[in-house]
Design a binder for this molecule. Structure first.
Ligand code: ADP
Length: 206
């Protein structure tokens, strides 16, 4: 129920798309809620809005989460400077939650490493879930720093859609074809999809 670590610490959950990272984050957060701990979950907002939302797994389970534009939004929420999620105006600085979860943590910049360490040092159980590798199978943004500094790392696998072996990579497809190394991360109007693949069946075109 409680983590084996005393006091604040950092737990990181990684793997390719469809490996169950969100499911595992939801599982841990749900157990903390059952233990009546104070929990806050964040995720990056895909649009430019800061809003109440949820972390949902591909299999359909979910927990409440706040969609944020950046790490500064997380800090503003933790320090009570915003008035989202029903915080009372003038209620002062709220205590830190027992648990802070962040999903899709690979999309935040290096500031998220600083924040995670500050929270862990301040006694918070920090649970981060994200892609360790991008579609090129190269380390994704802040993940190497987070993985190196975490007390606990869980590396999950999905199932390769080609051969059924454990999948460690995310295959990016554009119009059904493997993406090129230099294809922009955001493609406007393209028919894009992702599949879990093993090392053998993961392709990045030159
Ligand atoms: P992630 O957050 O890592 O993308 P989710 O927790 O959202 O993963 O979803 C994991 C679920 O996705 C699995 O439990 C399974 O039901 C489903 N799924 C769909 N495709 C695959 C696949 N290729 N390999 C494994 N699970 C898959």
């Amino acid at each position: 129920l409680r983590s084996p670590f005393h006091g604040g610490h950092l737990e990181v959950i990684v793997g390719p798309m469809f490996s169950g990272k969100s499911e595992e984050l939801i599982r841990r957060v749900t157990r903390s809620l059952i233990a009546r701990q104070n929990v806050l979950v964040f995720k990056p907002a895909l649009d430019d809005r800061y809003h109440a939302s949820a972390v949902a797994s591909h299999a359909g389970r979910s927990v409440e989460a706040l969609a944020v534009r950046n790490v500064a939004d997380i800090r503003a929420h933790l320090s009570g400077e915003d008035r989202l999620l029903g915080a009372e105006a003038g209620s002062g600085k709220p205590p830190l939650p027992d648990v802070v979860g962040i999903d899709e943590v690979q999309f935040f910049d290096a500031e998220v490493v600083t924040l995670a360490l500050e929270l862990a040092d301040a006694g918070v159980r920090v649970i981060l879930a994200g892609l360790d590798l991008d579609f090129r199978a190269e380390p994704f943004g802040p993940m190497p720093q987070l993985l190196a500094r975490a007390e606990s790392v869980e590396k999950l696998t999905a199932i390769c859609t080609v051969c059924g072996a454990p999948a460690t990579r995310s295959q990016r497809l554009i119009g059904g074809q493997p993406a090129r190394y230099d294809d922009p991360v955001v493609l406007v109007g393209a028919r894009e999809s992702y599949e879990a693949r093993c090392r053998v069946h993961h392709t990045v075109l030159e």
